[in-house]
Write a protein that binds this ligand. Structure first.
Ligand code: FMN
Length: 296
């Protein structure tokens, strides 16, 4: 990455959608929407609710599926010459492994980001609730091993913040051979309309993102950075260069700009420029000097 800024999966489509706002090759990398083997239609609407300083979403992993991605979407990003982080989602370790293998074989990605923040079908049956894969360090290890052994591409494991101690799944990813971890996915939340007494999302619950979650995300990056030797891509509520620098100081090696792009489509490139200005203002020649440099 020529700069430490990428975009958060699911908030930037497959890159081309933002073409008319700025040249996406100015980013350190483009991260795709989660890709599954088959296309997915996602959940019924309403699937987005605005909340104070953020939003709840229950998109339900709608995506075009791997084949259409390789045919219709990847050539655009490859033509731009920008590094591509392909975010993948599956039901089993084998599905993740197949996605990684086929993305590498088609030369359609420079790195894999495995979204392990979705419900675990097998655990859900046992626990009768929506258990998330990365809530179990054992499952993180199992899924990560399968992906890492299927590809030579760098593998980043994206973790849910809906846990007591983020260091546990993060360490499990490291031990299983992950190149790095991506923190954080959304915090599970719910909103109810008092007039109708109905949940505002058709899916009832959804994922909270936006500036409201930033302090939680910064703290989780800080916790994980002290436990890990591998790099962290930090995200959660980044809206400005100053927000991005918070994550670097907490220990992230790169950052991802998420749902702020819905309100300000060129936010990510503004943040690239803002970080460069900050480095000049502070006489810093290498952005890596900021990584973990918080003085506690
Ligand atoms: C509408 C929407 C869709 C998302 N879809 C995905 C997804 O497909 N895969 C994934 O790993 N994360 C997904 N996320 C989570 C984001 O990548 C990110 O981790 C989270 O939103 C926190 O960053 P933010 O507060 O800057 O948006 C989605 C978030 C939003 C708001």
């Amino acid at each position: 990455m020529k700069n430490p800024v990428t975009v958060a999966s699911g908030t930037f489509g497959y890159g081309q959608e933002y073409d008319r706002y700025f040249d996406v090759s100015r980013l350190g990398a483009v991260t795709t929407k989660s890709l599954s083997l088959e296309p997915r239609a996602g959940n019924k609407p309403p699937r987005i609710v605005e909340t104070p300083a953020g939003m709840l979403n229950a998109i339900g992993l709608q995506n075009v599926g791997l084949e259409a991605y390789l045919r219709d979407k990847a050539p655009y990003l490859r033509g731009k010459g920008v590094p591509v982080i392909a975010n993948i989602v599956g039901r089993t370790p084998e599905e993740y492994a197949e996605l990684a293998r086929r993305l590498e074989a088609a030369d359609a990605a420079d790195a894999i980001e495995a979204n392990l923040s979705c419900p675990n079908v097998h655990d859900a049956k046992r626990a009768r609730g929506a258990r998330i894969v990365s809530q179990s360090p054992e499952a993180v290890g199992r899924f990560t091993e399968a992906i890492v052994s299927a590809t030579r591409l760098p593998v980043f494991v994206k973790l849910t913040p809906n846990v007591l101690d983020i260091a546990e799944p993060a360490l499990a990813a490291q031990e299983a051979g992950a190149t790095g971890v991506s923190l954080i996915n959304t915090l599970i939340g719910m909103a109810i309309d008092p007039e109708t007494r109905r949940p505002r999302l058709a899916n009832v619950v959804g994922g909270l993102s936006g500036p409201a979650i930033r302090p939680v995300a910064v703290k989780m990056v800080w916790d994980a950075a002290r436990a890990l030797d591998i790099p962290i891509i930090g995200m959660g509520g980044i809206a400005t260069a100053a927000d991005a620098i918070e994550f670097l100081l907490a220990g992230a090696r790169a950052v991802a700009v998420g749902c702020i792009s819905f309100r300000q489509p060129d936010a990510a490139v503004q943040i690239v420029d803002g970080i460069a200005d900050y480095l000049v203002r502070h006489g810093i020649s290498d952005v890596n000097e900021l990584v973990g440099a918080v003085e506690v």
